[in-house]
Design a binder for this molecule. Sequence first.
Ligand code: MN
Length: 740
Amino acid sequence: MMRQYELVDRVRRYNPATNEALLNRAFVYAMKAHGAQKRASGDPYFSHPLEVAAILTDLKLDDATIAAALLHDTIEDTTATRGQIDKQFGKDIGALVEGLTKLKKLDLVSKRAEQAENLRKLLLAIADDVRVLLVKLADRLHNMRTLQWVPAEKRNRIAEETLDIYAPLAGRIGMHDMREELEDLSFRQLSPEAYQSIETRLANLRKTNKSIIKEIEDELTEELAKKKIKAKVKGREKRPYSIWKKMERKAVGFEQLSDIFGFRVIVPTADDCYRAVGIVHTKWAFVPGRFKDYISTPKQNDYRSIHTTVFGPGKQRVELQIRTQEMNDIAEYGIAAHALYKDNVGASMDSLAQESSAYAWLRRTIEMLAEGSSPEEFLEHTKLELFHDQVFCFTPKGRLIALPRKATPIDFAYAVHTDIGNNAFGCKINGKIAPLVTELQTGDEVEIIRGEGQHPPAAWESLVVTGKARAAIRRSTRAAVRAQYLGLGRKMIERAFARAAKPWSEERLNKSLSRLARASVEDVFAAVGRGEMKADDVVKAVHPDWREERKPVNKAPRSEGWFGLSRVASLKFRIPGFRGSVTGKPEDMSAPIPIRGINGDLPVRFAPEGGAVPGDRIVGILTPGEGITIYPIHSPALKEFDDEPARWLDVRWDIDDVTTQRFPARLLLRAKNQPGTLAQVAQVIGEHGGNIDNVHMDRPSQDFTQITIDLGVYDLKHLNAIIEQLRAKPVVSSVERYNG
Ligand code: MN
């Protein structure tokens, strides 16, 4: 383990003005705090923060960063508190250590979506001080270097996370050495065989090429010296991971790679870089398309250099990077290197914002995320492989929701919260009303419009891509459908007892379950509601002495008149005071079954041809397994059920005054066949709050058009008002309600 004075010496070498007392105090504090704690390797725990600090001295970082590195695990793993650290080392260092503590809690989550959220948290955590990220990267590097001590089942996940998140981040802020080492260490863990085979071949190549590298180094140095350029030339081997990536990208074998070795030419000034490349190109033929000038146009992470490839001595390809020492430091250490080129080494890194575009990038990225805007740009810039199969959307408050590709707002709603998904009935994407089936794009801001008491329609199940949404929809629809059948069955049973003038209670029914071969009262309700059991059979089971007198209840012969008067008389519908049923009053068991519409507590649908609206006199037809279909009582379609009296149900509207629910109706119009007719018709309906669902046009004659309109209205009064307005239009010659 490194000694206390060795660490201080390392810092003093690049920063003579270092606050030695501060470093010493941090060293002692952390060592005592970790006490007898051990690492998985058996080493004292304190060796870890010490190594992290040492890595950061290689990056020549300021005292506060080195101290924070020493202290970085104290709040999380020891009894130390933020308050104590503030008191002993100041708020600056306290904030750094706290930032690192927060990040530690994010490590190693299992799900990819959580990783995305964590990446955002990570970036936000370093928003206040980029040094948090530098310490975090050094921390990860040391953990990767000592990965062999970690339990085997954890290693792959740590390596994956490193390769997915930390290595690209290091690269993005220009720390190439750090990135390469993180990549290699991860690669070795994740693909040990591939790593080993590349290592072996590199070793062979090294043996055979040792002299060639030296020859090229010498020849280049000499050639430049002749032209009075003092250059340091260094041959360099590519790292296993970058070789592997190249083999994969180009789909070639190791032997076919021509540029395993590269040469770095360090010259005193930027001017010398251009002169050097001129000399090299005069001496050796250059490979077309490989010349890049990153000095006049630096990369976004501040990288500056000239790249070229020439056919060198012996005609093999030689890759060259020509740069100054400062450019080289920045290429290796990224934003950390900027501290070196400031007047005041070891000062706060705030002024980096002006000097470093990599730092500016980081800030921009963080600001973007904090504002919740333009994550598209964020992703384009980070280009983490991890996220290619995902889309990133935002809640109106800026929370990031990561979803798989092809996800819809329904998936989004369930990802935010199950209740939000269950109550969703509409959405806004980027402020505009959009269908819930829209395929979401990265960067979309999604606002879910909710309604209390909404249930997800079963059809949604096929519109979602996330398992969470699918399971929740299935659960909810199953529960809702069962609840509807239960409700209907209960009402039918209550009425059957009332008709038979027999006392009714759940308790009595409970005692008769065996006679009905059902396990629970609820099962009986559901069976009756689904049409699997007759309500009268339930009465018989409870009162075996009861003789059923088959007096049809709602059913009347449809012999005379346009709607069998006798039947109407037997129905207890409520007109026009159908509105405003008084809630809280016990329901009259002999009264017709109250109908609240399709989202109510009963399995209800409307006559497929023409529908029914509140105010219509209605009758229900029970279809086993499908629930009640509501018909206007004068619908000719009812004729079909004349022979099945048991399916007829006595029903009435029970709709609140404030309902926003629409009901289906169909209109038949005859209108003049002239331009703009349909537009006028649609305008009248729209102006009066009708909602057109479907329009069909026929042209029975030259002069007239027959228009069939399906529309949604609140009630009969509303429908009649629309009909009146339509009739008032000169282009409209007649309007009829269609009743199937
Ligand atoms: Mn640590």
